[in-house]
Design a protein around this ligand. Structure first.
Ligand code: NAP
Length: 344
């Protein structure tokens, strides 16, 4: 007998990707229930070759649910995750609300799977920000080999990272530019079509944005608190797939060839690094894929033990849905949970 899985936020970008990934990976679920707000009551979403009718979160009884995959934002998660956990389901949450709680593990299975046991404290496991997830997958094998001291990262983040309405806005604006209609901005602070915006999430007192702060704090929590990191997060007019230009300073020497070899055999990584036109990964190829693609690996002669690289991944999959489902698989493979119906 398999597990009962609830997907909260099933009509959203991440929720739909979760249902897709659950079906693709033949996740051992006997029952999958799609939940969203009351607005979506009865809306149909795809799960493999089946269609599921959405139910409303606020009327749902979680007492027979084993695993709840949450992707309905921080406000919903703050209120609902503790209630769902109290009903006996393990919550794997995609919002930022629980990520910095010392009693909630923040997990990228390729990097810190062992920390997953910490879920017992609150019954909640957090999934990192999409930009952090792909970054730590690429950094982990390099850190194990040569110890990272400092990272400088610039992101090129797709609009799907801001939800389904943000994707609609890029589409509508692009069309409006071509038809010479008025270009309206509601989700983004400036026009995103044919533009880039160096601002994601709110501004903090020190001038950094919260998205940039998240990358610092989450990299420390997942990989190593000693790593110093500074980020500039930028929204670009790409629908799916985040890219990152990453400068890394190590304590010990490491060559570009060594880094390439380490990354080639690292879990979750695919190296595409030919020094010729098109010999690198772009978001277009990463969309719909599970891997973190690493390209343009080179030595940085301006610092001691420095490397530069380019890394690309599907933000809805490794950055959210896939990572959450890998966490659930980790709980099952390590026998940390059992199906309630089986246990009864
Ligand atoms: N997109 C990414 O790359 C990414 C990566 C990592 C983490 N995340 C996080 O994942 C979460 C979801 O992101 P998304 O991109 O999927 O957003 P989205 O496309 O805007 O979808 C939001 C989902 O939340 C549901 N929802 C909203 N209010 C609700 C309520 N009161 N009760 C129940 N359901 C409610 C919506 O249902 P209705 O359709 O009924 O409104 C919808 O299913 C966010 O916390 C986001 O920060 C996103």
């Amino acid at each position: 007998m398999g597990y009962k899985v609830a997907v909260v936020g099933a009509t959203g970008n991440v929720g739909r990707a979760m249902l897709e990934v659950l079906a693709e990976r033949a996740f051992p679920a006997d029952d999958v229930v799609a939940l969203a707000s009351r607005r979506s009551l009865g809306t149909e979403v795809s799960y493999g070759d089946r269609r599921l009718k959405c139910k409303a979160l606020d009327h749902y009884d979680f007492s027979d649910v084993d695993i709840c995959l949450m992707s309905a934002g921080s406000t919903v998660s703050k209120e609902w995750s503790p209630k769902i956990a109290a009903a006996g389901a393990v919550v794997i949450d995609n919002s930022s609300f629980w990520r910095y709680d010392a009693d909630v593990p923040l997990i990228v299975p390729e990097v810190n799977a062992d920390a997953v046991v910490g879920f017992r404290k609150k019954g909640i496991i957090a999934n990192p920000n999409c930009s952090t997830a792909q970054l730590v997958v690429a950094l982990k094998p390099l850190h194990d080999h040569a110890k990272i001291k400092r990272v400088v990262v610039a992101t090129y983040q797709s609009v799907s990272g801001a939800g389904k309405e943000a994707m609609d806005e890029l589409f509508a604006q692009t069309k409006a530019v071509f038809t010479m209609d008025e270009v309206e901005s509601k989700k983004f602070p400036k026009r995103i079509a044919f533009n880039v915006i160096p601002h994601i999430d709110v501004f903090l007192d020190d001038g950094f944005t919260k998205e940039e702060w998240k990358m610092v704090v989450e990299t420390k929590k997942i990989l190593d608190p000693k790593i110093k990191l500074v980020a500039t997060c930028v929204r670009v007019p790409v629908f799916i797939g985040h890219s990152e230009a990453v400068n890394i300073e190590f304590e010990n020497p490491i060559t570009a060839d060594e880094a390439r070899e380490l990354l080639r055999s690292a879990p979750g990584c695919i190296v595409i690094d030919k020094r010729e036109a098109g010999g690198y990964a772009t978001p277009h190829e990463a969309a719909g894929e599970d891997a973190t693609y690493i390209s343009r690996i080179r030595e940085d002669a301006t610092v001691e033990n420095g490397l530069v690289l380019w890394c690309v991944s599907d933000n809805l999959r490794k950055g959210a849905a896939l990572n959450a489902i890998q966490i659930a698989e980790c709980l099952i493979n390590r026998k940390l949970i059992s199906a309630k119906q089986k246990a009864a």
